[in-house]
Ligand binder design. Structure first.
Ligand SMILES: Nc1ncnc2c1ncn2[C@@H]1O[C@H](COP(=O)(O)OP(=O)(O)OP(=O)(O)O)[C@@H](O)[C@H]1O
Ligand SMILES: [Mg+2]
Length: 450
């Protein structure tokens, strides 16, 4: 035997509604399902299908109130769940408008005979008879309406049928509003993501452009440097021969000019060599020859050679090895090149005091620091950041000194290739210390056999 209990539903400020218990249980079941759906479109579709089913209607519509107050036909279905074409021509707007503006449900048993809506064009033209429309109210606002109808049948809906639909619509409204908020949030996230993607793309494009123009410049420089090498070699060779008297004796005045020319040509050749080196480093064309090196002996060798640099009268050069150094695997030719660039700078910018080559095993295993300190003019703090970029000198063009600004850029490339770092501590007027780190446990270059 089936117990048919009825339940009273109290709504704030409204008449209580009476509803069958099993029907309420069914509505709650649908509501739970709606609440689980997160996107608006499926919620609307599901809600309408269930609404049509609940009251046995032929067709149904869900409209939502847009921000500007107009009605947005979001879903329109017939009883078999098919989409209805041209929904706006098929529905009585005046009825919908009434429900949305009053927030009250409306049941028309025979719309064509109704004194208020019987004259509405849509009602007449479409032969609308049984219509029921209930508002979707969420948090006190009417956000839309559910509208169901039967065309042929008169008296299809009774006032009682409105109760389950109203109860259902109250549940649906909350689910719809949540889903709409969720959609909006999703749309915002998507818009932000799109903006971010566009920004990233623009960044990537400009990065590619920069890389490309840098590459073009590097190739161009390398080409020029390469082409200059041979004529400079010929010129310096010929000048050396003249200078040594191999091509016949020359007088004192001629010798003076030959020597000056030779100095200039050698300077140009060094510069060319640096440009060539840096370009090839940047293009990744220079390979290191990594071999185990007795670090202390290596540094002593560098120190001996460095004594031959044209140091100023009052400058004292020394080597300090803090504790005994391990052997390390590196490219001795290239690390010597780094040290000579640092020493050449120290020589160039120090008139008085001392220049110290210092090497120290670090507390971290497999790492040594090698530095060149001077008591020279020092570097202003704001110039330190750009120092290691090519063609950068601390002084502006008015007081430029000899040199292209390539030495430190070459140092940085070479040290980085050894997985080390290079940095400077300096105080204007007091001096500078350029230090680089060198891992000692790098693998040696494999021997080519066969
Ligand atoms: N020991 C130092 N003391 C003071 N300033 C320095 C020192 N070393 C480098 N600098 C500053 O950093 C700039 C860049 O040095 P870098 O070795 O790259 O170029 P350069 O010596 O000018 O030219 P190049 O090395 O190509 O002949 C120098 O021009 C100088 O202004
Ligand atoms: Mg230099």
């Amino acid at each position: 035997m089936r117990h048919n209990h009825t339940i009273l539903i109290y709504q704030f400020g409204r008449k209580p509604m009476v509803i069958d218990e099993s029907l309420l249980a069914y509505i709650l079941q649908i509501s739970r399902k709606m609440a689980e759906m997160r996107r608006l479109s499926p919620v609307l579709n599901y809600a309408l299908k269930e609404a049509i089913n609940l009251v046995g209607a032929e067709r149904g519509y869900v409209v939502l109130v847009s921000d500007d107050g107009s009605l947005d036909f979001r879903v329109k279905l017939d009883s078999s769940g098919q989409d209805i074409e041209h929904p706006e021509d098929q529905i009585s707007r005046s009825i919908l408008q009434e429900v949305v503006s009053t927030g009250e449900p409306l049941v028309l048993r025979n719309a064509m005979q109704n004194e208020r809506f019987g004259q509405a064009d849509s009602v007449v033209v479409l032969g609308l008879r049984s219509i029921m429309a209930v508002p979707l109210i969420s948090r006190g606002d009417t956000i839309g309406a559910i509208y169901v109808e039967n065309r042929a049948i008169r008296n299809r809906f009774s006032q009682d049928d409105a109760v389950p639909l109203v109860v259902f619509a109250n549940q649906a409204a909350v689910a719809i509003e949540n889903a709409a908020l969720n959609d909006e949030l999703e749309a915002r996230v998507q818009a932000r993501t799109r903006q971010l993607e566009q920004a990233t793309q623009r960044l990537e494009e400009s990065w590619h452009e920069a890389v490309e123009s840098n590459r073009v410049r590097t190739v161009w420089l390398s080409q020029i440097a390469h082409d200059l090498r041979a004529p400079l070699g010929i010129a310096s060779g010929a000048l050396s021969l003249l200078n040594e008297g191999v091509l016949g004796s020359i007088n004192a005045e001629q010798r003076e000019w030959v020597e000056k020319s030779l100095q200039s040509v050698l300077h140009a050749a060094t510069l060319t060599e640096d440009i060539f080196d840096l370009s090839r480093l940047e293009e990744g064309q220079i390979r290191l020859h990594m071999e185990p090196v007795n670090t202390e002996r290596f540094l002593n060798g560098v120190y001996e050679l460095a004594q031959g640099l044209p140091w100023a009268e009052g400058v004292q050069l020394s080597l300090e090895i803090a504790n005994s150094l391990p052997w390390a695997t590196f490219d001795a030719v290239r690390i010597q090149q780094v040290l000579f660039n640092l020493l050449a700078n120290a020589q160039k910018f120090t008139r008085q005091g001392s220049v110290v080559i210092r090497a120290e095993q670090q507390p971290e295993p497999d790492l040594i620091h090698i530095s060149v300190s001077d008591t020279g003019k020092g570097i202003p703090p704001d110039r330190i950041e750009t120092l290691f970029k090519r063609f950068r000198q601390v002084d502006d063009s008015a007081s430029r000194h000899e040199g292209a600004g390539l030495g430190l850029a070459i140092c940085r490339e070479l040290v980085t290739m050894h997985h080390g770092k290079i940095w400077v501590n300096s105080e204007p007027g007091t001096g500078s210390t350029f230090t680089f780190s060198l891992p000692t446990n790098l693998p040696p270059t494999p021997m080519v056999t066969g």
